[in-house]
Design a protein around this ligand. Sequence first.
Ligand SMILES: [Zn+2]
Length: 366
Amino acid sequence: MKERSKKPWVKIRRILIVAILLGVVLAMAVYFIWLKDYQKEALLKVGYNETTIETLRAQLPDADEEAQIEELLLLPYQADLDSFLKHPDFRPENLLKYLNYISDLDHYRVSAIVYLVNQGISQPYSDLLAALISQPYFVPARLERYLVYDNSKAPAVIIQEVNCNLDRPYYEDPQPVDLAKDNLLLVNKYCYFDSEYAPENLVAIAAEYDNNTGDKVRPEVYEAFKTMADAAANEGLALGNNSAYRSYETQQKLYERYLVTNGKEYAEEFSARAGFSEHQAGLALDLGVPTGAVVGKFEDTAEFAWLEQNAHHFGFILRYPAGKEHLTGYHYEPWHYRYVGLEVAEYIHEHKLTLEEYYAVFIEGQ
Ligand SMILES: [Zn+2]
C-alpha cells in the first residue's frame, strides 16, 4: 500500500515534465515562425520581392538560413541578389562574400564574381580580370603573372603567352624537367635535363625504320613509330628516322657546331642547348624519307602531307609548328615529331595547341 501511494505523484511529475517540454517546443516554433515572418517583412522593406525571398530561402541550408538572412539584412539592397542565387555555381556559404565583393563596384559580371569568390581569388575586380578568368585555358595559379603581363594584348593572347612562360626570359632560372610526367614531360628553354640524364630501356631502331643512324628511342615511342611507318608504307610512303635519342654530349657538340657555323642567333633558333633538347628525352624523332632527301625540303614531300593528316592518330605531334615559333622558342621544324600518346596527341591536334600550352593547363600540378 505504501508503494502504491507514491504513484500518483510520479504520474503528475511526468505530466508536468512533458507539459514543460511541449511548452518549450511550442514557444520555439512560435519564435521561428515569428522570426521568419519578421525577416520576410524586413527583406521586403529593404526592397527584395517575394520571389527573390523564396529563392533565397530555398538556396540557403535550413540550419544557416536565419543567421545568413540576419547578416544580409545589414547590407544595402542588391539588385543582383536574384542573379547570384540562380547562378549554377552559386554556393550558399559564399552568399555574403559575393555581396561584399560587389559592394564598391559600379559594374561587374555576376558569373565572374561567383567564379572569383568560389576560387578564393582576392585580387581587386577589373575588366581584365573578368576577361582572363573566362578564357578556356586560364590557369588560376598563373593569375598574378597574367595580370602583370603586357595588357595591351588581348586576354586570350596574354593567357597563351604566359602559359608558354613568355613573361620570363629563356634560360634564366630554368627548372629541372619533371620526369614524373613521363611521356608528357616538357623540355624547352625553361626546363632542362641534367647532363647525366638518359631514359631507361632505350631500344635500337631497326634498319628498315632508320636512315642509317643506329639511333635509339623509348620503347613505347618505337612501337608507335613502327605502327605509323607501316601505315604510311601501306600508302606507298616511306618514313625513316633521321635522329632520335641524343645524349647531352651529342647535343652539346651539335649546338656548338651550329654556333661556330651559323652564329648564335641561328643556333638558338634551330638547335637546343645541351640539356634543353627534347631528343635527350628519347620521346622525339626527326623524320625523313630514306632516300636522304634534304631535311629542309621535307615539308614538300608526300610523307609530310601524310603526317600532317595522320601523325596524331599514332600519338605524335608536330612539336615546332609554323606560326607558333614565338611560343615554342624554335623555328618551324616540319620533321620533328614528339610522342605524347594517342589521347593527348588527338587533343593537341584538334585544338591546334603547342605542347607548352597543353602542359600548362592539363599536366602541370595535376
Ligand atoms: Zn628534332
